[in-house]
Design a binder for this molecule. Structure first.
Ligand code: NAD
Ligand code: UDP
Length: 330
């Protein structure tokens, strides 16, 4: 196992997409550790509510900006996390050209920033780079089965291009770039109207509306709780030396969507019926991470079982639904 480095000095860390679901938890964890945090976010899918508790924190700075337009930062930066990108299929497909540009131009701008500031850089890539996988579970050396012309391409191919940029900058010695491939992650601060499966089913059950299952519900996903993911992101950013390879982060527990719906109905007792809707185009049939590399390199593995994480997320959505002022306008 490689060694983690943290010398105890206050560092300035830029989190692009820091007002989003995962990004806001990362900002919390970095501030808690004693770092200074600059959050750059356009509020495309993120929310001011997510970072409002941090706005008066002496080590927190918020910059409202699109990473496609970001040129420089007027203070030294030591690490850059790039989480800026809509992650939910309905949202990243709403303006697919902007999604692709966010992945490519946005990542390019942030890598240029990393080069100028000699900052380490971490890209939040995705299991979507494996597309509809023909190998199962997915290891990092699997090259994927992605459509470059379908409706998910703006995201899948955008992230693949962003990964290529990272490894080119790394090989050229221009940036200390690292790449995490994140598998489906859930938890408090997802938007109730986010469109992803766990937020949809929990909000539907809590509201007494029908639970929507796309296709037969026999497709699988593996769900990681957000605090586990954030620990993994920080571990890869802080490891020295940079391992120079992409690392899967996710929970290997694999569930069909039907199994997930059954668990959610047990956690949120409701009279909601299940309704089946057409499966979206190019929807992957199954997905499960092989996390052997994360275990070996980082000593990381997820700790929060799905039932426990779902309960915490259900409690969060119950509080949001009770207070409509906390909801982001669609
Ligand atoms: P999210 O939509 O909640 O967060 C994304 C954040 O980026 C939002 O705050 C949004 O406003 C901001 N953003 C989007 N485009 C931007 C732009 N051009 N300029 C500046 N800010 C911009 O999504 P999330 O679930 O928190 O995902 C965070 C990152 O992790 C994303 O890059 C996503 O691709 C990646 N990821 C997430 C998951 C998951 O299951 N949550 C899985 C795989 C990968
Ligand atoms: N899904 C579903 N009902 C919903 C939302 C999603 O059945 O209300 C399905 C979706 O088709 C996919 C799985 O749940 O098979 C996970 O979808 P999500 O959008 O959360 O993530 P992704 O497809 O990006 O893994």
């Amino acid at each position: 196992m490689l060694q983690r480095v943290h010398d105890g000095k206050t560092r300035t860390i830029l989190v692009a997409g820091g007002a989003g679901f995962v990004g806001s938890h990362l900002c919390d964890a970095l501030l808690l550790r004693g770092d200074r945090v600059i959050c750059v976010d356009s509020f495309l899918t993120g929310s001011r509510t997510n970072v409002r508790p941090l706005e008066n924190h002496p080590r927190f700075r918020l910059i409202e900006e699109d990473v496609c337009r970001l040129s420089d930062i007027d203070e030294p930066v030591h690490q850059i996390y790039n989480l800026a990108c809509a992650a939910s299929p309905p949202f990243y497909q709403a303006d697919p050209v902007h999604t692709m540009m966010t992945c490519v131009t946005g990542t390019g701008n942030l890598l240029a920033l990393a080069e100028r500031h000699k900052a380490s850089f971490l890209l939040a890539s995705t299991s979507e780079v494996y597309g509809d996988p023909e190998e199962h579970p997915q290891r990092e050396d699997y090259r994927g089965n992605v459509s470059c012309t379908g409706p998910r391409a703006c995201y899948d191919e955008g992230k693949r291009a962003a990964e290529a940029l990272c490894f080119d900058m790394l090989r050229a010695g221009r940036a200390d770039a690292r790449v995490v491939r994140i598998f489906n992650t859930y938890g408090p601060r997802m938007q109730p109207n986010d469109g992803r499966i766990i937020s949809n089913l929990l909000v539907q059950a809590l509201s007494g509306n029908p639970l929507t299952i796309y296709g037969s519900g026999e497709q699988t996903r593996s769900f990681c709780f957000v605090t586990d993911l954030v620990e993994g992101l920080m571990a890869l950013m802080d490891i020295d030396p940079n391992p120079g390879v992409p690392v899967n982060l996710g929970n290997p527990g694999e569930f069909t969507i039907n199994e997930l719906a059954t668990m959610i109905r047990a956690i949120v007792p409701s009279s909601s019926e299940i309704v089946f809707r057409p499966l979206p185009q190019d929807d992957p049939l199954r997905r499960r991470p092989d996390i052997g590399r994360a275990k070996d390199l980082l000593g990381w593995e997820p700790k929060v079982p799905l039932s426990q994480g779902l309960q915490q997320t259900a409690d969060y959505f119950a509080s949001v639904l009770a207070r409509p002022d906390l909801r982001k306008a669609p």
